[in-house]
Design a binder for this molecule. Structure first.
Ligand SMILES: [Zn+2]
Length: 147
């Protein structure tokens, strides 16, 4: 498996923080969308495919994506850079993973909502203030949390 959303592959601090979120979120925000994990560990091959996006020709990007069983992207999608980390640099590639990505979704559509992100970040920081949120990074990465 090239990429996964299994919290078992995350560092203990992230595991505990995620368990806290799962326990507290439904109690505090029962009528809000529920956060879910989109990625935990990421292989160097997958990071290479992500890093190529927006930097290489779409044919090259899609060939890298095919190698890790990802669906091809379009020319338009290939206009956006989606990660600043080269293979080996992302905290998602540590064993155990030192980063997790969390999203909200309505059906299959991801929901990027300022209020939900704030609730989530505050909840995580209430449990472990040392976890860094990608929303505060120079290259903003809202779903990303790392130690
Ligand atoms: Zn991430």
């Amino acid at each position: 498996m090239q990429s996964n959303r299994n919290i078992k592959d995350a560092h203990l601090r992230l595991k505990l923080a995620w368990a806290w979120v799962q326990e507290e979120w439904p109690k505090r925000y029962p009528s809000d969308l529920t956060p879910f994990l989109t990625e935990v560990y990421r292989s160097p091959e997958l990071q290479r495919a992500y890093y190529a996006q927006g930097r290489e020709k779409v044919a090259i990007v899609n060939s890298l994506r095919r190698a890790v069983a990802l669906a091809p992207i379009s020319e338009v999608e290939n206009r956006s850079i989606i990660t600043k980390s080269k293979p080996g640099q992302s905290k998602h590639q540590k064993t155990p993973s030192e980063a997790i990505d969390i999203w909200f979704a309505k059906g299959k559509t991801l929901v990027d909502d300022k209020r939900l992100w704030k609730q989530l970040v505050d909840l995580i920081h209430e449990f472990d203030p040392g976890i860094k949120w990608g929303g505060n990074f120079q290259a903003v990465d809202k779903p990303h949390f790392e130690i």
